[in-house]
Design a protein around this ligand. Sequence first.
Ligand SMILES: *[C@@H]1O[C@H](CO)[C@@H](O)[C@H](O)[C@H]1NC(C)=O
Ligand SMILES: *[C@@H]1O[C@H](CO)[C@@H](O)[C@H](O)[C@H]1NC(C)=O
Ligand SMILES: *[C@@H]1O[C@H](CO)[C@@H](O)[C@H](O)[C@H]1NC(C)=O
Ligand SMILES: *[C@@H]1O[C@H](CO)[C@@H](O)[C@H](O)[C@H]1NC(C)=O
Ligand SMILES: *[C@@H]1O[C@H](CO)[C@@H](O)[C@H](O)[C@H]1NC(C)=O
Ligand SMILES: *[C@@H]1O[C@H](CO)[C@@H](O)[C@H](O)[C@H]1NC(C)=O
Ligand SMILES: *[C@@H]1O[C@H](CO)[C@@H](O)[C@H](O)[C@H]1NC(C)=O
Length: 536
Amino acid sequence: MKAALAVVAVWVGVSGVMGSIPQVKPTVGQVWPSPQMQQPNNTYMIVRPETFKFTTTGHDCDILRNATQRYMKIMFPDKGSRRSSIQPWSKTKAFTGYLDEVTINLMAPCEEKPYNDMDEHYQIKIDSPDAQGIGTIMAQSIWGILRGLETFSQMLIPDGSAFMVNTTQIMDFPRFGHRGLMLDTSRHYLPVAVLKENLDLMAMNKFNVFHWHVVDDQSFPYVSTAFPNLSKLGAYTERHIYTPADVAEIVEYARLRGIRVLPEFDTPGHTQSWGPGQPGLLTPCYTGSVPSGTFGPINPINEDNYKFLKDFFTEVTTQRFTDHYVHLGGDEVSFNCWQSNPNITAYMAEHNITGDYSKLEQVYITKLLDVIAHLPNKNGYLVWQEVFDNGVEIASDTIVHVWKGGSTAGEEMNKVTKAGYQTILSSCWYLNYINYGVDWHAYYDCDPTNFNGTDAQKQLVLGGEACMWGEFVDRTNLIARTWPRASVVAEKLWSAIDQTQSTDAATPRLEEHRCRLLGRGYGVEPLWPSFCEADI
Ligand SMILES: *[C@@H]1O[C@H](CO)[C@@H](O)[C@H](O)[C@H]1NC(C)=O
Ligand SMILES: *[C@@H]1O[C@H](CO)[C@@H](O)[C@H](O)[C@H]1NC(C)=O
Ligand SMILES: *[C@@H]1O[C@H](CO)[C@@H](O)[C@H](O)[C@H]1NC(C)=O
Ligand SMILES: *[C@@H]1O[C@H](CO)[C@@H](O)[C@H](O)[C@H]1NC(C)=O
Ligand SMILES: *[C@@H]1O[C@H](CO)[C@@H](O)[C@H](O)[C@H]1NC(C)=O
Ligand SMILES: *[C@@H]1O[C@H](CO)[C@@H](O)[C@H](O)[C@H]1NC(C)=O
Ligand SMILES: *[C@@H]1O[C@H](CO)[C@@H](O)[C@H](O)[C@H]1NC(C)=O
């Protein structure tokens, strides 16, 4: 792994001298993220696009039909064939026949929508001893079938106008149930088409949670039916919004790919954009004894605000988003404004909260959690780590989202799990931080269970999320900056721990995967000097 870094250092100094020698030779037909178990064989079959088809022998449903049609297009795009044959080993392997059909065997009825800890196991057999000459993808759940289809599509190796596929058996399942990617649509608006493109890429990397940080200080693009002024007065413009139909479209698009949409409405901080549309919500800041005209976090002492939050979150969880969980934020609350406000000072004196504003934050969060606990769908929730750090009483099934500490977040993971809470990790996967050179090794070296703790504690680690905050990202660079760097996190969260120890071993596989995504039409950025067949 150090070698690749050294090479990059040379390029920085003397660009151009490497000529046309590819520094990283991509693998051929390797699956990303790496399957848990794959048995190779020394034979191969040929897939011919004109005759190939998927057939269904088990249960069937809309998600399955939609997926097989989608994967036919992914595997056999209409563009003219100019793929080269680059498989020297085909001369040493035995050809066993044409693979004209892959049978999909879903062994239990389809579930309607993806959920936390859903079953994603699947098996693939291509010309196996017990099923010679045929291919099968089988799973107990539709989610496993979706993952298996992605795997199969990655096994096809272009060979002239057809494809080779190695004979193999795969048994696969994810290491972690929560494999998320967070996007921020407040700092910059991201068009629905770009969010869908990102969902495509998530499915191609077996991510299963789109954590949607919908609103923040800068803008409020979410259209609420009950409180239309929030977006009318809080969005950048009346066109930089997500209507109920937009949200439904994204949730459905994600569902068909086995991806949950986890909405985040971060409070009481990060809420400047809520203010104009909901008078009384934010705390008026004071200069001396007069209001300064600026506003701070949500005003915790205005009882009307809890009624508003109840109605707002009821709409969010019953009319827009279908996931059981909602992310409540709770990070980075600034206390200056609360400190300046005489009503708040009076309230604190009256309630014997002496000087410690994190105690006031606790008052707010406690009341918010009471609102959430009484939502019609009894939703679960996630919070950023500060809520735990500040000692707020949270429900025992709360998921604490650890984001601070970079590569040294292990201490926090230890504390959170020692206290018995479930957790997900993001600290080491802030993809919005960029710098020159190869930066993905640090993502690959990070492991959510790498902390001092008992086995029982580690059981509480549900997974993690890559985060792409939006200050410097909009529709022009979201895809390129996120991918394939997020693919690295995807493999850490899916593959077995002993399969993800070496960046050296991952390098040629990642190169193939990047070229694969590029070939499928996505503008994913390069990781080092290289070329792909799909460049031209
Ligand atoms: C396919 O088989 C060849 C020859 O055994 C091997 O080099 C290649 O890595 C195999 N690909 C996969 C994805 O197993
Ligand atoms: C799959 O779902 C999408 C979105 O609902 C729809 O536009 C498309 O027509 C569906 N395709 C199939 C084959 O069902
Ligand atoms: C490998 O392929 C041959 C020929 O199809 C078959 O007889 C053999 O059982 C296969 N082995 C495995 C492990 O799949
Ligand atoms: C929305 O804001 C406008 C002022 O821009 C105000 O006249 C109207 O009463 C507000 N509506 C609601 C429902 O608060
Ligand atoms: C804050 O205090 C002022 C007077 O000091 C009062 O008029 C106002 O109603 C108070 N606001 C709240 C939300 O308590
Ligand atoms: C206020 O807090 C102090 C210190 O914790 C305690 O001694 C006192 O009894 C409290 N008073 C009320 C009214 O809660
Ligand atoms: C675990 O604890 C030991 C001893 O305190 C320390 O040296 C080590 O760095 C810790 N490991 C992690 C992953 O935090």
